[in-house]
Structures are given as structure tokens and as C-alpha cells.
Ligand binder design. Structure first.
Ligand code: ADP
Length: 391
């Protein structure tokens, strides 16, 4: 069975093609600049990359071009050999888990366009177009909230009028499910204890911590929307809603304008006034920029806030895992997060942290808690979920 896992950007379609019998990645590729007369269509097989400049006027044309390239490269005998396209979908009203995409799923996603504004509108548009133009290919949505169905009520409910939660689904749903599920499975295996207590720190463009026990999610720092929890690249993180009327009065902005600021001009970008990319913020802080330093300090404080909370929730941890673009690559961030935690049995090996690459342990010899860097593999999780959904 061959499954394509899609990653949608605002003008790009990227994919990995999996052979599910042995979970091999047969090819990766995609189309950039969709909608432009000079779209770039690329495919990488066995480390060799081919690129063509073509016109992909929309996502359906882009997917057809990709299928043709995969057929030319003999990764598919024909486009019909593809069993499904799997999507790492974010949020839908009243739906979680893994679903074949049909109109009811699309309507449920559309209902939360404003709860997940960076993700849902583009996913719905593309899925609808593909369903119409390529009806022969099943589309499967694996929702990010699915892994968090095991979170107990104490960590799932906000203290709001109960009918908002029970009738309208206003709860801490949690996100980054594919990444945390991968880390849960992999770290539990590496620790060698099926009941292992793991704290997964996915730090990237969007960031969240997840408390995991026996492979199951117990709490996630993301809540009702992907805007909450830790500060993100340009999204706010945790925030007091009673600040809203004060901001409206002070700025003269409407509620939708302020929500747009909180979703697009906040987080690392908003505080640093420099960039939404941690690399730029780190460089600016080293050069003495005060706002950049503040952005880093706020980010680290938030990671440690949830880390402390999850150590208490789980009653300690067997392993803490760093993943995501920041978690895997920022030596300084890992060092700042783990600073002065010896009392908790957490001790980083500075030299290992400095040179670490790929999946590797970075704890000191006398650390009670294992510390890991682990590249996540969200696409593999989505491919497995799509396969299970179809079979
Ligand atoms: P997304 O959440 O969008 O999938 P990633 O997990 O790929 O994003 O993380 C992207 C972020 O990782 C970038 O915005 C950047 O801040 C950070 N990053 C990537 N490489 C480095 C690095 N070498 N040092 C520090 N931060 C990095």
C-alpha cells in the first residue's frame, strides 16, 4: 500500500510517499509557488533531486504533476496505485481522531476556521478542490487533537460555565498530536519501560509540551486553539482574555483586528520586534538587543513553567525529549531550559549538548532523568493512521 502524506503551505504542496509494507519513504517532493506561471515541481528519490518549472494553477494541478513525476520515476506504477493522501489536520468542531474526508468533516473544520486560522482555511480549500478534481484518491484527515483524547478531565476542562464545555466543546483539546505520539512511542521504547513517564518538548514554529505516561497523553500545553500555551513564532501563547477590552480601548482596534495581532504579530515576533525565527532572535540577543533577550527569556520561562508542572503531574520523569526545529537545533535553548535543575535529577552534559546531531542522549552521567534530542516523524504517524483508517 502506498500513501502520500501532504504538508500544505499557503502556496506550496509538499509530500512524502510511503510504502507501508515496510514504512519506507519512496520519495519526497512537492510544488512551490502554486498559482504562479513558474511553479517549481521537485522530486527526490534515493537522494537524487529533479526539478522542473511548470505551471500549476491550483493544488489539484500541483498534485497531478507530482503523481506524474512519481510515475515517471517508477515510484508508482500509475497514479491509481496511490491508496490515499493523508493530512495532518488541525481542528474540527465535534470531530477528533482519524477520518475519511467528506463534506461533514469539511464543514466541521470550516466551523473552526477562526479557532485555527493559520491552518484550517487553507486545508479546507485544498481538500475540497482535491475531492472534486481527483475523486478517485481517498483523502484522510488525521486530527492533531486525536493523541490527546486520553487527557483526564482535570487537565481538559477550563473553569468556565460547564455547558460551554459539554455543549459547545470549549476544552483544552491539545495539538501537535502526531509529533507527541511519535515521541511517546519512540521514547517509551528507548527508555525500555512500557509505563515510562516522558515529557515531550516540541519546540519549533509552534511549540508545546506534552506529559506522557505509558504512551498516553496526560496533558498538553496547547488548549482550545493552537494559539495557546508556550509563545509561538508569531502567535501569542497563554494570555488573559480580560486584557481584550483594555486593548480595544487603548488601540481603537476591533476584536477581529486584535485577534489577528495575537495570531500573527505576537509570540517571538511580537516581543523581539525582530523576527519570528529563533535563529535571528538568538543572534540579536547576543548582539545586545534588549527586546530579543526579553523574547528569549519569556520563551524559556514558559517552557520551564510547563516542565515544572508536568514533573509534578507525572511524579517525576524517566525522560525529557527535545524535538522540533528549535528543540533539535538550539544548543542555547536546551541549556537554558535545563539550567539549575539538579534538585529534580535533571542534568545536561554541556559537551554532548554542544555537538549533538540526530537522535541522541545529552544527559550527564549522574542525571536521574534521561535527556534526549529526537527528530520527530509526524509524516510516518499520519501515514500509519491513514493506513489504519482505510483498512
Ligand atoms: P514548524 O513548527 O513550522 O514545523 P519547525 O519545527 O521546523 O517548524 O521549526 C522551525 C523553527 O526552528 C524556526 O523558525 C527556527 O526558529 C528554529 N530553528 C531551526 N533551526 C535552528 C537553529 N539551528 N537554531 C535555532 N533555532 C532553529
Amino acid at each position: 500500500m502506498k500513501i502520500l502524506v501532504a504538508n500544505l503551505g499557503s502556496t506550496s504542496f509538499k509530500y512524502r510517499l510511503f510504502e507501508m509494507s515496510d514504512e519506507r519513504v519512496l520519495a519526497r517532493g512537492g510544488v512551490e509557488r502554486i498559482g504562479s506561471p513558474q511553479s517549481k515541481c521537485f522530486v527526490e528519490v534515493g537522494g537524487q533531486r529533479d526539478e522542473q518549472t511548470l505551471t500549476a494553477k491550483n493544488y489539484a494541478v500541483a498534485v497531478r504533476l507530482c503523481l506524474q513525476q512519481l510515475t515517471d520515476k517508477k515510484c508508482l506504477a500509475s497514479p491509481q496505485e496511490l491508496s490515499a493522501i493523508g493530512f495532518k489536520a488541525v481542528h474540527a468542531k465535534g470531530i477528533t481522531g482519524v477520518h475519511r474526508v467528506d463534506e461533514s468533516v469539511l464543514l466541521a473544520m470550516e466551523a473552526y476556521n477562526d479557532v485555527a486560522p493559520a491552518h484550517n482555511p487553507s486545508y479546507v480549500t485544498v481538500m475540497r478542490l482535491l475531492a472534486k478534481e481527483l475523486p478517485e484518491i481517498p483523502l484522510v484527515a488525521a486530527f492533531e487533537t486525536g493523541f490527546h483524547e486520553t487527557i483526564p478531565p482535570a487537565h481538559k476542562y477550563y473553569a468556565i460555565p460547564i455547558e460551554w464545555a459539554d455543549k459547545h466543546g470549549i476544552k483544552r483539546w491539545g495539538f501537535h498530536g502526531a509529533s507527541h505520539r511519535y515521541i511517546a512511542e519512540r521514547a517509551t521504547k528507548l527508555v525500555g519501560n512500557p509505563d515510562a513517564k516522558i515529557i515531550s518538548c516540541h519546540l519549533g514554529g509552534s511549540s508545546s509540551l506534552c506529559a506522557i505516561q505509558a504512551g498516553k497523553s496526560q496533558a498538553n500545553s496547547l488548549g482550545m486553539s493552537p494559539q495557546t500555551g508556550l509563545p509561538h513564532n508569531n502567535r501569542v501563547g497563554d494570555f488573559d482574555v480580560f486584557a481584550l477590552p483594555a486593548i480595544m480601548r487603548a488601540t481603537g482596534k476591533t476584536l477581529p483586528q486584535i485577534l489577528d495581532d495575537l495570531a500573527n504579530r505576537s509570540g517571538l515576533q511580537g516581543l523581539s520586534c525582530k523576527s519570528n525565527d529563533l535563529r535571528d532572535v538568538e543572534l540579536a540577543a547576543i548582539a545586545g538587543d534588549k527586546n530579543a533577550k526579553l523574547a528569549l527569556d519569556v520563551f524559556v520561562a514558559s517552557v520551564r513553567h510547563y516542565l515544572g508542572s508536568y514533573l509534578l503531574l507525572l511524579g517525576g520523569a524517566d525522560a525529557i525529549v527535545f524535538t522540533g526545529g528549535i528543540g533539535e537545533n538550539s544548543v542555547a535553548m536546551r541549556e537554558a531550559v535545563c539550567k539549575d535543575l539538579e534538585w529534580f535529577g535533571i542534568q545536561l552534559d554541556a559537551a554532548k549538548n554542544q555537538t549533538a546531531k540526530g537522535e541522541v542522549r545529552i544527559d550527564a552521567a549522574n542525571s536521574r532523568v534521561q535527556l534526549w534530542i529526537m527528530p520527530t516523524n509526524e509524516e510516518l504517524i499520519v501515514a500509519r493512521q491513514a493506513r489504519d483508517c482505510l483498512t
